[in-house]
Design a protein around this ligand. Sequence first.
Ligand SMILES: Cc1cc2nc3c(=O)[nH]c(=O)nc-3n(C[C@H](O)[C@H](O)[C@H](O)COP(=O)(O)OP(=O)(O)OC[C@H]3O[C@@H](n4cnc5c(N)ncnc54)[C@H](O)[C@@H]3O)c2cc1C
Length: 408
Amino acid sequence: MKTDVLIIGAGPSGTASAAILKKEGFDVVIVEKTTFPRFVIGESLLPRCMDLLDEAGLLDAIKEQGYKEKHGAKFYRGKDTCEFNFGEQYTKGQTWTWQVPRADFDKVLADEVAKKGVTVLYNSTVENVAFTTNKVTTTVNIKGEEKTITSKYIIDGSGYGRVLPNLLDLNIPSTLPVRSAFFTHIDDTNRAQDIESSRIQVVVLKADVWIWIIPFSNGKTSLGVVGDLSFIDKTKSNEENFRTLLTSNEFLNPRFGKNKFEFEPKIINGYSAGVKQLYGEKYVLTGNSTEFLDPIFSSGVTFALESGVLAAKLVVKELNNEKVDWGKEYSEYILQGVAVFRSYVDRWYDETLQTVFFSNEINSDIKGQICSVLAGYVWDNTNPFIKKHKKMVQTLAKVIEIKKSETA
Ligand SMILES: Cc1cc2nc3c(=O)[nH]c(=O)nc-3n(C[C@H](O)[C@H](O)[C@H](O)COP(=O)(O)OP(=O)(O)OC[C@H]3O[C@@H](n4cnc5c(N)ncnc54)[C@H](O)[C@@H]3O)c2cc1C
């Protein structure tokens, strides 16, 4: 089998790349290990996703699904709360997005690219890749049978599969501490139909342990706890441990305490990952096969789409014999976004950002600038909270602490 571009994985990064390449007239094959629908975690999108889905020609197909709209994020710590509305952000970007059950969302994207003429091979696993001067030869196990596919370029959108990082020895350990996540979907029969249901809710249990509440339009809600999970009693089942977590929390118990889980709660340990390089001769890594930091700011799908779209546009240039500076045009750009989110993840877990959020001392201009980070517009260097991402939050937290000590 022969194609212009082979893509590994039919997640958001792979399908976004496929849609762009197809639009530009290239022949594309996606090799996908599973059959769809398949479960994957990562359900709360950021407004920046809307621009990218639109650019890939995939927005209308998603609009038709009637997913739960997400207009902001609300953080809770004890009696303190802090709310961000995307409509009040600094960057002139999208003001809302969706919260999506990924099994469903990813299938819609994959079906849509198939409709556009992309070949999607399900139940097919990339096992090996060989690079020669003119072509890439990929060994694929298609429903138990070994076949080779030759292509001019290969894009790795294999997410947690990390196919090229594994085959080409590109993995490096993440510099973030090892954290875990414990999650399920639950019936949400007690959901209030107010503004709260159009937010992601983040509930702080301890400095480094927090819960996500992500409501869907199908009456279920995704619940997950992230961080140090040493509270889990290993003599009990995941279901018993999750039930105890819900019933012992006064915020969660009234809404979820007695409700039915859709599946046995799952645990992922050590989800963060890093990589030595994002591209090489005839290949590029996108989405989670590159860096994945942490779920706290729901940035994963946004990065998957951003990198999937950009990588495909640069592959188009290269296949059209135009010069591409992959270091500058791809790596530097993607890693700038990663660095911004990395600062906010670090400041979340060392509590600096929590000090800022829960102080109720931030004016609306600053709030709008932080809100743009939470909306995924992390390449807008006119935003001081992006341009000076390493310093701004810390400086603000110090000012808040000084003010507090003066009024104490
Ligand atoms: C606990 C947790 C919570 C998260 N919450 C959020 C959130 O709220 N919002 C958010 O945006 N992100 C979130 N994320 C991140 C999100 O899960 C990922 O960033 C996102 O799914 C990445 O998309 P992708 O297209 O790169 O990969 P995926 O969606 O993982 O798709 C990769 C595809 O490649 C296929 N594949 C793997 N190996 C092979 C192979 N050898 N051959 C062929 N195919 C293969 C897989 O079957 C899969 O379908 C969370 C992550 C974690 C760990």
